[in-house]
Design a protein around this ligand. Structure first.
Ligand code: UDX
Length: 456
């Protein structure tokens, strides 16, 4: 990887939105740039910097402030306040950082920023930097928000079917949750449509997706903006294996229970384990957590379930002890190694975009239990478009019941539909690897991005 400043061709600042699901893809993209001789400096908030495990990483880190150096506000109704403060304090501290770096031996010439923070582009432009927006959700989801931003998809939704260019017909519940449950998280919808507020100033628009996966949506938007697909942003060691020294993957805010998970998986037969995780943010209703717990137990499969420490109290009493022969529960796991493990036969997922792309890249069939934001759209594509999983039906209260969970797990692990899903999963796995392999669609796009960056 590029460590010698004098040998570097360009210097990119990389600014993710400060949550795990946004940091991971940005860090992986950074490694692909470094591999091509670009110097990279990751910029994160003071609060996240304190928490992330960054030992042994070659990537330089600088910090700015979101105005909450002692801890983020977590209550959703304060989100609007959080974003406002981030805009004010973030713009000021990013300006200070750019002033400092502009006096250094190798000042940055480009910022790759998360469009959740569009003001970063405005700040960078004042310093004459090039700007690339890196979208970290699926392109289908971005197309939907783009149409809301443009006023072409009107809210509240009145039609029973939404037709948008490059996308299959969607029912309202297939759209991101903020569009069909208006006002559910004040500030969120504004932020998501705001991703396009100054996009015309961006020199490049990048997306963590695979061209072949979302071809029609990408082709349609490519006529409007300089869009390039660069995914899946998964460590090279798991896919193309071209980046030597690719040991550290992710700047994790959580500490994975690696040894326990891998040892446990090593002792299970091929394809016998249901892996369950809801990512870094989702909090299930206690009732739903308990129904899922019983569904898992009734399925009689082995299961590895990530239940974050803050969620643990919602499990049924004595569940861990009573199911210890079948299940392993951890607070956080090395998800990529788990999904790559041959013992795993199915992934019960909230359908966060990273988890979706990861499962797809490792060819692991998915059981979709979307909770909020973009997850409902991802679930629709997983089941109906890419046909690599099932979506568990919910009852009239919107809750997945134990019988439904059990039935769907059995379908994937043992049923006829499972066989078809596994065939498709194998196809997508091959495609994901090809995309980042030499000459693949994402590889070519990253090559071109670097070439243009160096020329500019
Ligand atoms: C958030 C949103 O919830 C999601 O909808 C959006 O698409 C991205 O931002 P998050 O909920 O954390 O993300 O989910 P996801 O996108 O799946 O990212 C989670 C990341 O954490 C993945 O890269 C996954 O590999 C990693 N992870 C998860 C672990 O490493 N260990 C775990 O135990 C669980």
């Amino acid at each position: 990887m590029a460590k010698e400043t004098s040998a570097c061709k360009a210097h990119c600042l990389i600014l993710p939105y400060p949550t795990q699901g946004h940091i991971n893809p940005m860090v992986e993209f950074s490694k692909r740039l470094e591999h091509r001789g670009v110097k990279v400096t990751l910029v994160t908030t003071n609060f996240v910097y304190k928490d992330i495990q960054k030992e042994g990483s070659s990537i330089a880190i600088e910090t700015i402030s979101d105005g909450y150096d002692q801890g983020r506000i977590s209550r959703a109704d304060n989100f609007h306040v959080y974003l406002e403060r981030f805009l004010q304090v973030g713009s000021r501290t990013l300006t200070e950082l750019l002033e400092k770096l502009s006096r250094s031996d190798f000042p940055p010439n480009c910022i790759v920023y998360d469009p959740f923070l569009p003001w970063a582009l405005d700040v960078a432009k004042k310093f004459g930097l090039l700007g690339a927006a890196l979208f970290t959700q699926s392109w289908a989801v971005d197309v939907i928000y783009y149409h809301v931003h443009k006023g072409e998809l009107k809210l509240p939704l009145t039609e029973s079917e939404v037709l948008l260019p490059g996308l299959p017909p969607l029912e309202p519940q297939d759209l991101p949750s903020f569009l069909y449950i208006l006002g559910s998280y004040p500030g969120s919808l504004e932020m998501l449509t705001g991703q396009f507020s100054n996009i015309e100033k961006a020199d490049w628009v990048l997306c963590n997706t695979i061209y072949e996966l979302e071809q029609e949506a990408v082709d349609w938007m490519s006529k409007i903006m300089p869009l390039r697909t660069v995914g899946p942003t998964i460590p090279s060691m798991f896919l193309d294996k071209r980046l030597e020294d690719d040991k550290d993957y992710g700047f994790s805010v959580f500490k994975p229970n690696t040894d326990a998970c891998l040892k446990w998986l090593n002792d299970r037969p091929k394809g016998s384990v249901v892996y369950v995780s809801f990512g870094s943010l989702v909090a299930l209703e206690a009732e739903e957590m308990q129904e899922l717990a019983w569904g898992l137990r009734m399925s009689n499969s082995y299961f590895l379930w990530v239940v974050r420490a803050t969620e643990e109290a919602k499990l049924p009493k004595n569940f861990v002890e009573e199911t210890s022969e079948k299940g392993l529960m951890v607070h956080w796991c090395p998800q990529l190694e788990v999904l790559a493990h041959e013992a795993v036969g199915c992934f019960v997922t909230h359908c966060g975009w990273n988890s979706t792309l990861e499962a797809l890249s490792f060819g692991v069939p998915m059981l979709a239990m979307p909770q909020w934001t973009d997850q409902s759209t991802n679930a629709k594509f997983i089941m109906d478009i890419w046909k690599m999983g099932l979506k568990v039906p919910v009852d009239e209260k919107g809750i997945v019941r134990r019988e439904a969970a059990e039935h769907c797990i059995r379908e994937i692990m043992e049923g006829e539909r499972g066989k078809e899903i596994k065939k498709n999963a194998f196809k997508w796995k091959k495609l994901a690897k090809e995309a980042v392999d030499k000459g693949g669609s994402s590889d070519k796009n990253i090559e071109e991005f670097v070439a243009e960056l160096v020329r500019s």
